[in-house]
Design a protein around this ligand. Structure first.
Ligand code: UDP
Length: 486
């Protein structure tokens, strides 16, 4: 019997936002949160997804729920349990929603039966916990099939989709057809962009853009020396005898030390501290195009023989993300391509699997890597939103990212970073990276604008405000539906 597990959320004080919001903003947030709290009195605000680690949802959700708990809302997080076959099907669905065939396998009756069976098992435990009037937000295709059962027991159910494609194709349609029963049951649906909303949800879709927690370990301030010390400790930079301790502050305020190393595929030494690094941090997923980053970097070096930059492609340890079964094969494909590079180029490319045993330690390493990068790239072929872009922008790093999906809502081309208009165009990619590596004034200016843009649009404060709006709309709809039945 498969059962969802609950991940405990520790409350975070909302007051952390006060200094960054200004007086009017802080008051508006408090007011909105007080309304949401009053709205939810005696009710639980459940959130269900399919992994506690790795990827944007696992990054964003616990932090938002922590602030909701800090504001007095009984916010809880459940992670469903799946089988390898279930996650193979849901990864196929994930690709399809991005318009890609993934492994090309069918999404037919057998897959539907398998999907339903895993969710039926998980629902048993969930339905025993959820009470009428509780709000349940189901995240992504893995959980959509839970909606009908939850509605039946009187819960108010939202399905939130974090992925999508601007121009739907046959694969996207196939995924919507598969998910249709869940979508039909959900009382509201949430998408990251208007272009992602399928026609069957148009009458009950709202747009909420994701956010980062600017106070989390992943995004906390870090002195350059400490970032270097953390990277040296993990094997991503050369050791420096005078370096400080590789320290960071945990989310609960306790100081901690990075103690694990990364698994790194490289030839020769780690980069020196003053070597400009081009960095992409992503799950090992073909749609993040790590192989394309490698080829684009090769093109950059070939066209600019004097350039000193090196490339770091980093992702989570490949067995660590339960709902991402493709990680190992994607990494193996990148390693195979790396082996085919000329020796001199191979020396300048570092493929790193970051330790995931302690998620806050992992976050500190990602923080150090993003802060130390000369340029952060996100060469995705499709991207629901792309929190790695937001994270780099918050750290005032210049970014080069593909003009796909939610990345277009974040980067203003030429102002807060550079967009590559055709994600498959390696020449355009290489030229954009070269521009930022060779014009430090431009890179700095874009970094400053990027930080301001994130502060204005992509923090938890804005996101919590949007969630308050969502709760109001959800209740208005549910009450309207009851009234029209009488
Ligand atoms: N991430 C991480 N460790 C890694 C690789 C990625 O913590 O080794 C995080 C990354 O910092 C970001 C999230 O995973 O917060 C990825 O979110 P994004 O929206 O960029 O992509 P998704 O994985 O959801 O497609």
């Amino acid at each position: 019997m498969l059962k969802p597990s609950e991940v405990h959320i520790t409350a975070e004080p909302l007051a952390r936002f006060e200094p960054v919001l200004g007086e009017a903003g802080w008051h508006a947030l408090q007011e909105r949160v007080a309304q949401a709290r009053a709205h939810l009195t005696g009710r639980t605000f459940w959130n269900v997804n399919s992994t506690a680690r790795g990827g944007g949802v696992a990054e964003m959700l616990p932090r938002l729920l922590a602030y909701a708990r800090g504001a007095g809302v009984d916010a809880r997080w459940m992670v469903l349990e799946g089988t390898p076959e279930f996650f193979r099907v849901t990864k196929r669905l994930h690709h399809a929603l991005h318009g890609s065939p993934g492994d090309g396998s069918p999404l037919g009756v057998a897959e539907r039966a398998l999907y339903d069976e895993v969710l039926r098992d998980n629902a048993e435990e969930l339905l025993a916990l959820v009470r009428p009037g509780d709000v349940v937000v189901l995240h992504d295709p893995q959980t959509a099939g839970l909606a009908p059962g939850l509605v039946e027991v009187g819960a108010r159910v939202v399905w939130r989709c974090h992925v999508g494609r601007d121009t739907p194709n046959a694969e996207v349609e196939r995924a919507w057809a598969f998910l249709a029963p869940g979508l039909a049951a959900a009382q509201l649906t949430v998408f990251s962009r208007a272009a992602y909303v399928p026609p069957q949800c148009a009458d009950r879709a709202i747009i909420i853009r994701p956010s980062i927690d600017i106070f989390a370990v992943k995004n906390q301030p870090m002195a350059p020396d400490v970032a270097c010390a953390i990277l040296a400790h993990t094997g991503l930079l050369r050791e420096d005898s005078g370096a400080p301790e590789p320290l960071f502050t945990r989310n609960d305020g306790v100081p901690a030390r990075v103690s694990r190393g990364a698994d790194i595929v490289r030839l020769g030494c780690a980069p020196a501290r003053d070597t400009p690094l081009v960095v992409q941090v992503s799950r090992w997923d073909p749609l993040k195009d790590p192989a394309g980053v490698l080829s684009g970097f090769a093109q950059l070096v070939h066209a600019n023989p004097g350039l000193r930059a090196e490339l770091v492609l980093a992702g989570p340890a490949v067995t660590s993300v339960a709902d991402d079964p493709e990680a190992a094969s994607t990494l193996n494909d990148v390693i195979a391509r790396w082996f085919q590079l000329p020796h001199a180029l191979r020396q300048r490319v570092h493929l790193a699997c970051l330790p995931m045993a302690d998620l806050e330690e992992n976050a500190a390493i990602v923080n150090a890597l993003q802060r130390h990068a000369a340029v952060v790239v996100q060469k995705s072929l499709q991207e629901g939103f792309g929190l790695t872009v937001t994270e780099a922008m918050w750290k005032s790093r210049p970014v080069v990212a593909s003009a796909v999906g939610g990345i277009q809502d974040q980067v203003v081309h030429g102002v807060s970073g550079l967009l590559v208009h055709d994600p498959a165009d390696l020449t355009e990619f290489a030229a954009a990276v070269r521009t930022l590596l060779s014009d430090s004034e431009l890179a700095d200016r874009m970094g400053v604008q990027a930080h301001q843009h994130v502060l204005a649009h992509f923090t938890g404060a804005r996101h919590l405000t949007d969630m308050g709006r969502l709760l109001e709309q959800l209740d208005a709809r549910a009450e309207g539906a009851v009234a029209s039945r009488h």
